[in-house]
Design a binder for this molecule. Structure first.
Ligand code: UD1
Length: 422
């Protein structure tokens, strides 16, 4: 297994290009299942999660061609010859459940393995299933699989979520595009990835209004056509690299970054003493003083502070002046990076969904282990701020969501290398 060696360093300067959003791409790809005409995505990120979704779609009979080094995905679901999403692929990635709504809407039936839990929490899919049931689907859970049927097609319905689930909103939105009549999704998630999906579906011929607000209205159509769509910028990769100069000093521009993608996050960075300026090229980030100030953070659905940036923010706050309180409200077990940061000399106390971080002057390099995707990158960021060497193992987590980390951080002056494992 590969690991990453980071040596603490001084200021970082230069540009870091930000890729297309993993989470948007993972919901845009299954949208191909809604149409027999080609769907092409540009600005796709090169990640192992995208390869997993490619394998899943191919197993269903879709063609997926990776062009221009993986930045373009040319897909066609002309010949959907298998409506069974197998456990062996689905278990690798929870986003696999996003094939359920489109398959059911297009073919009237689907069998999809339940994705199961994951390290950061139980993460059930009950809201996805309730939304499809509201649209008339008959569902049965058998042998770890969801067996779904809608012999005479899905019907428009009011889908009222008890809370704004990103994945459940995406599944319901895709399914509703081909349902008969009008669907209203209430308490819909408002993430930029949902807006991106709605824009792509609209380019395919769907009738959608209200994306980006908590109520989305979809007028079902008989069929969807082909489209070419550019994947939105990855706000989580953006937020992650914005911390490189915040932690090390210097000035870095995250190319393609936009304030509208990370407003709540930038507000917290500003309070911590980090300046962020939107320029034509992207977001220019610099630390105002020698040390950041402690701030409190509460994770919330968009437009609130993203849970996917909580681990990275904790890495920053480990060396802040003062005590910071971080509250995780989206996932019940998302502080697994804390014990690893403590190994590097951080002073963190976790109690349930709260973490108290008392800033120390400097972290010390140590061997640490990545426990999930965002935790892995938080340890790399902490390593940049630490004295001496940090070796982050289990970097396959990192490969799920960050392309070319070593290349991107080295280009701005970081001392970082990948060490090949046996
Ligand atoms: C998506 C993102 C993930 C991000 C999360 C929250 C993708 C591929 N992943 O995940 O990176 O951290 O949004 O911003 O886009 N829940 C239920 N029942 C359900 C669905 C969700 O109880 O049917 C719970 C989950 O366990 C979790 C919370 O709702 O506690 C939020 O989950 P959700 O918004 O659905 O996240 P994902 O779509 O899984």
């Amino acid at each position: 297994m590969d690991s990453i060696l980071v040596t603490g360093n001084g200021p970082l300067n230069g540009d870091i290009p930000i890729a297309g959003a993993k989470n948007a791409c993972l919901t845009l790809m299954p949208a191909t299942l809604l149409s027999d005409e080609p769907l092409t995505l540009t600005n796709a990120p090169r990640l192992s999660d995208i390869k997993t979704m490619t394998a899943l779609l191919q197993s269903l009979g879709a063609e997926v061609q990776s062009l221009q080094g993986g930045q373009v995905l040319a897909m066609s679901s002309h010949d959907l010859n298998n409506l069974h999403a197998d456990y062996d692929i689905v278990r690798k990635m929870r986003a696999s459940i996003l094939v359920l709504g489109p398959m059911l809407a297009r073919a009237g039936q689907a069998v999809v393995s339940l994705p199961g839990g994951c390290a950061i929490g139980a993460r059930p899919v009950d809201l996805h299933l309730k939304a499809l049931e509201a649209m008339g689907a008959e569902l049965e859970l058998r042998d770890g699989y969801v067996h779904a049927k809608a012999p005479s097609g899905l019907k428009g319905a009011v889908v009222d979520f008890p809370f704004a689930s990103v994945g459940a909103t995406e599944n319901a939105l895709m399914a509703a595009t081909l349902a008969k009549g009008t669907t209203v999704i209430k308490n819909a998630a408002r993430e930029p990835e949902i807006v991106d999906l709605a824009e792509c579906l609209r380019a395919m011929g769907a009738q959608i209004e209200g994306e980006g607000t908590s109520q989305i209205t979809i007028q079902g159509v008989d069929r969807l056509g082909g489209a070419t769509h550019r994947v939105v910028t990855d706000r989580i990769e953006l937020g992650t690299y914005m911390l490189a100069p915040a932690i090390c000093g210097g000035e870095v521009t995250c190319l393609g970054g936009k304030l509208s993608l990370v407003e709540a996050y930038v507000e917290r960075l500003d309070a911590a003493g980090i300046s962020v300026e939107e320029t034509e090229k992207g977001l220019k980030v610099a630390r105002r003083g020698d040390r950041v100030q402690a701030v409190d953070v509460v994770t919330e659905p968009f437009p609130g502070f993203p849970t996917d940036l909580q681990a990275q923010m904790m890495a920053l706050l480990c060396t802040a002046e003062g005590t910071s309180n971080l509250e995780e409200r989206i996932f019940e077990n998302r502080f697994m990076h804390a014990p690893e940061l403590i190994r590097m000399g951080a002073d963190i106390e976790v109690q349930g969904g709260m973490a108290r971080v008392r800033g120390v002057e400097r972290l010390k390099g140590a061997p640490v282990m990545a426990t999930d995707l965002r935790a892995s990158v938080s340890l790399i960021l902490a390593g940049l701020a630490a004295e001496g060497e940090t070796v982050v193992s289990r970097v396959y987590h990192l490969d799920r969501g960050y392309e070319h980390v070593v290349r991107k951080l080295s280009a701005v002056g970081a001392q970082i290398e990948r060490i090949k494992g046996e």
